[in-house]
Design a protein around this ligand. Structure first.
Ligand code: NAP
Ligand code: MG
Length: 494
């Protein structure tokens, strides 16, 4: 996949968009304050970004509100098909700037350039194109009610969407939020994660270039506990879409209950990945490795509880360890790199503390378990074997390159143990037995189940959580529901 034309680390002279986008204007924060964003592979400051707070959020929500509420304004009067064309134009611009955006994502987040360029960016473009196609297909029904009436439903945009996104897939999460919102005719105030705001700001520039009317998309970087909190509290916001930690989700739900905002949450996970002895083990090893180590283990759907049938356990762990040890960890701008640094010092420290707990509680570290190098937040890919269900590393989301291996004997046992966790985002099973595959797909309380594959994402396939992994679905037709309100119109024909 790596090619000679792969994007490179930008030079020091490179300029970035670092201001706040409100009502079509780029501005400094009201307070004049900025915050630093760093390159996690060198720990050097990339640039300083305007730090929005409640005052900036207020301006952004008012700008969004004004655009949305103006019934005679260009956004509300725009034909649905033209909304779709605007989205296609944005997708085309992203494609024209694909190398530059991939480079920026890798710089700010630390993910390998081969992944930014060949995984994240194509998914971003696909998401916008997929929802562009929906813009003129969001329609209601004629309802056969009793009496002499014509009754029909229509779907209308929910209004101003406050969208708070994480740092693990910065641009892709922006696309998952803007795609359905813009197709449905909503307007957005987007709050990117503090550690990775640069690509969302560049996306804002491209949206302006595509011709989005002022106030349709607004981007306000700033601290979650300040700017994110203000967005959730603002009475001018109709809906909050949040992707991030379950802990922040609890707080947001309380805050949003005061103004009865619509909510969609995509939170954490501790997904079971089940390997039966009859599986094609080499394929399962490769898939399970990616299922956990992809994106430095910073995936909400990471297959972090690897259940291996006892008969296959020793062979599987040996093969997996060899594979994992051969992973190329290092400079994310090297086109051959498979694992870069963790996103920031906080995440690095949290992961290292989980590794310490794994060791203390008696799991067996078969590979990794330590920092790599002395600069940048690099952690060696780590596998713990002999993990039991009650250990901290088997229960809590680590969000890093740390895999827990657990043994199981039969199918009912593994379904029960797989479900014995507060999360329910994803699950996977590897087997040649179609009966076992269906039993797992049926039995696991999870929003997505992968059979003989992992991390297969598509803009058309709904994604979201059971239990404490969240509610509502993103992507697919279902992803539009949370950005529309249904209106029922009844007309007397008497
Ligand atoms: P987080 O705190 O939940 O951050 C996610 C987003 O929410 C960021 O934009 C963040 O802003 C914002 N935020 C933080 N506190 C907020 C508040 N009180 N009100 C409103 N918005 C707020 O996640 P994190 O601290 O970066 O990561 C911690 C853990 O979250 C991870 O270890 C992982 O378990 C989970 N996580 C899950 C996902 C996922 O895809 N489901 C993604 C990332 C993290 P700031 O960036 O300014 O804090
Ligand atoms: Mg945070």
């Amino acid at each position: 996949m790596a090619t000679a034309t792969m994007p490179r680390r930008p030079t020091k002279a490179r300029k970035y968009q670092t201001k706040i986008l409100i009502g079509g204007q780029w501005r400094d924060s009201v307070s004049g304050k900025t915050f630093k964003t760093i390159d996690p592979s060198t720990e050097e400051v990339i640039t300083e970004i305007a730090m929005g707070d409640a005052a900036d959020i207020d301006l952004a929500v008012k700008a969004a509100r004004k655009t949305f509420d103006d019934r005679k304004g260009v956004w509300r009067k725009m034909d649905a098909r033209d909304r779709g064309r605007l989205m296609h134009r944005l997708a085309d611009l992203i494609e024209e700037h694909i190398d530059e955006l991939a480079e920026l994502e890798t710089l700010d987040n630390g993910k390998p350039i081969a992944e930014s360029r060949n995984v994240d960016l194509p998914l971003v473009i696909d998401c916008f194109r997929y929802y562009a196609g929906w813009a003129d297909k969001i329609q209601g029904q004629v309802v056969p009610i009793r009496g002499n009436y014509l009754c029909y439903t229509k779907k209308e945009p929910v209004g101003v969407a406050g969208q708070i996104i994480p740092w693990n897939f910065p641009l892709l999460m922006a696309a998952w939020k803007w795609g359905p919102a813009l197709a449905a005719g909503c307007v957005s105030v987007l709050k990117p994660a503090s550690s990775t705001a640069l690509t969302a700001l560049r996306l804002g520039e491209l949206a302006m270039e595509a011709g989005y009317p002022a106030g349709v998309v607004n981007v306000v970087p700033g601290r979650g506990s300040v700017a994110g909190d203000a967005l959730a509290k603002h009475p001018g916001v109709d809906k909050i879409a949040f992707t991030g930690s379950t802990e922040v989700g609890y707080g947001l739900m309380k805050i949003c209950s005061e103004t009865l905002k619509r909510l969609t949450f995509e939170l954490g996970g501790k997904s079971p990945n089940v390997i039966f002895a009859d599986a094609d083990l080499d394929t399962a090893v490769q898939g399970s490795m990616l299922g956990l180590f992809f994106n430095q283990g910073q995936c909400c759907c990471a297959g972090s509880r690897l259940f291996v049938e006892d008969k296959a356990h020793d062979e599987f762990v040996e093969k997996l360890s060899k594979k994992v040890e051969s992973r190329k960890v290092g400079d994310p701008f090297d086109p051959d790199t498979e694992q870069g640094p963790q996103v920031d010092k906080n995440q690095y420290d949290t992961i290292m503390s989980y590794i310490e707990k794994g060791n203390k509680e008696g799991a067996k570290c078969v590979t990794g378990g330590e920092r790599l190098g002395d600069k940048g937040f690099f952690i060696k890919p780590t596998i713990f074997d002999n993990v039991t269900d009650n250990m901290t590393i088997a229960r809590e989301e680590i969000f890093g390159p740390v895999l827990s291996v657990l043994k199981f004997r039969d199918i009912d046992e593994v379904i029960d143990r797989g479900n014995a966790n507060e999360y329910g985002l994803a699950a996977a099973v590897w087997t040649r037995d179609i009966g076992k595959a269906h039993a797992i797909a049926d039995g696991m309380r999870a929003g997505t189940v992968w059979v003989n594959c992992y991390d297969v994402f598509d803009a058309a396939a709904p994604f979201g959580g059971f239990k404490k992994s969240g509610f509502g679905r993103e992507l697919g037709e279902k992803g539009l529901d949370s950005y529309t309100e249904m209106k029922t119109v009844t007309i007397s024909l008497a």
